[in-house]
Design a protein around this ligand. Structure first.
Ligand SMILES: *Cc1c(COP(=O)(O)O)cnc(C)c1O
Ligand code: SF4
Length: 427
């Protein structure tokens, strides 16, 4: 069933009923009027004494910010409202689970200069701010997000640009934070201009939750700036169909009309979107607003978000319910970002049942089991005749791909048998 999008009804909220439309649609007004403390929150949500006390405790450790726009999407009656759960702090955030880690993805460890994580061979993550317009309760970077931004001052960014400029393998920059689009238009233009001066930077990606939590930020001026620096991709972060409003649609369409390919990276969250049908509805809505579902992330092991975690099996179940059952373009890749900085590991149902040299047995989404007969005379690709194979920058230098290409072994760093060697490396 095709869902109708509607504008957020802010006039029904006493706190906002007198706000002028031009203010409401102004992102700077939204930022200035973000809900950052309990007394302001109380004006949009009735709070029990207990909630009051819990909030006060939690806010001592973690920041809260909720844009009026996003606050107007929260249900006042339903404490299980997904938007409310993503925005309003609860006491469980103070619980540190035994599996929690402060920097589970080793973003600080894999960082050659502050603010830059260079983990993968050909791309790097550039954190340009610690601030956001809305602080997601499930944020994986909560160890740094919400801090003041002095350390992201120009000097640091320039060091990152220098590193990128002297590292020709980097052909793709992911600009993230915090939320990069919280920066002023001129600062965004500066960052994109500096990156574009580096010849080997082929593509730029911006990760921003603004289309979801503050769609008013996507102005014509911002689109004009981004347009100058193409190819630029924007990945946003919708987690629930309720977030796909008329305002969000306009924001995403504006970017799409500026030639930006839009993608979505959602996080699998307990009690919010851990349901195949919620996810399917959201993927359909995303395609309608010209956003291509890209990733679903397994919730990370960051501190204070254990109450949002599901099993990994839940993600596999969601993909099982999407693949084949709906538009292929509506099916993102489900990934687990490996604790310890291993990067994203895709996980999905098994479609490969068995194989011989001659045949591969596969199953489809309906449960049909089929066999594919492999060619017996396949000679393989001749690297010596291929100009791409002689391009060193394209050849995988790590991992199983390297073993396939060159043979060899990958040995784990710690093996018990290593302690039993005779000292000259022989066992
Ligand atoms: C996610 C991520 C990227 C980009 O990964 P893709 O799979 O290319 O989207 C790059 N660097 C770091 C550190 C990341 O976490
Ligand atoms: S917008 Fe991104 S960085 Fe900011 S709080 Fe949400 S998840 Fe964290």
């Amino acid at each position: 069933m095709k869902r109708q999008y509607s504008n957020v009804d802010y006039k029904s909220i006493p706190l906002f009923k007198d706000v002028k439309e031009e203010d409401w649609n102004n992102w700077k007004w939204q930022m200035r009027n973000a809900i950052r403390d309990v007394p302001s929150l109380e004006k949009v949500l009735p709070l029990s004494d207990e909630e009051h006390e819990h909030l006060a405790k939690t806010l001592k450790k973690f920041k809260m910010a909720i844009t009026p726009y996003y606050a107007a999407l929260m249900s006042k009656e339903d404490v299980n409202c997904p938007v409310r759960k993503m925005a309003v702090p609860i006491l469980q955030e103070l619980h540190i689970d035994e599996s929690d880690l402060s920097d589970p993805l080793h973003e600080d460890v894999d960082s050659p200069v502050p603010g830059l994580t260079h983990r993968y061979p050909d791309r790097a993550l550039l954190l340009v701010t610690h601030e956001c317009s809305m602080y997601c309760r499930h944020c994986t970077r909560r160890r740094i997000v919400g801090e003041t931004d002095e350390d992201m001052a120009r000097g640091h960014l320039e060091k990152a640009f220098e590193y990128i400029a002297k590292t020709p393998e980097i052909r793709d920059i992911v600009i993230s934070g915090g939320d990069p689009l919280i920066l002023s238009d001129s600062r965004i233009d500066y960052i994109l201009t500096e990156l574009r001066k580096i010849d080997h930077v082929e593509i730029i990606r911006i990760g921003s939750r603004m289309p979801v939590v503050l769609p008013q930020r996507i102005t014509d001026d911002l689109c004009d700036i981004i347009k100058k620096h193409h190819p630029v991709y924007v990945n946003t972060h919708f987690n629930h169909p309720k977030e796909i409003t008329e305002e969000a649609r306009l924001a995403c369409e504006k970017l799409a009309n500026a030639g930006v390919q839009m993608g979505n990276q959602s996080v699998l969250l307990k009690g919010i979107n851990d349901c195949s049908n919620i996810m399917k509805a959201m993927m359909h809505d995303l395609l309608r607003i010209r956003v291509k579902p890209y990733y679903i992330y397994q919730c990370d092991l960051s501190e204070g978000i254990s109450h949002f975690r599901t099993t990994i099996s839940k993600g596999i179940e969601i993909i099982e319910n999407l693949r084949g059952h709906t538009t292929g373009m509506a099916v993102p890749t489900f990934v687990v970002d490996a604790p310890g900085g291993g990067g994203k590991i895709p996980v999905m149902p098994d479609y490969l049942i068995s194989q011989t040299e001659k045949r591969v047995v596969l199953r489809n989404y309906e449960g049909m089991i089929t066999s594919y007969t492999q060619p017996s005379d396949y000679q393989g690709h001749k690297a010596s005749d291929c100009t791409f194979c002689s391009d060193e920058s394209l050849v995988a230098k790590d991992g199983v791909a390297k073993l396939l290409n060159e043979g060899g072994t990958i040995i784990p760093q710690s093996l018990r048998r290593e302690s039993r060697t005779n000292g000259n490396g022989k066992h």
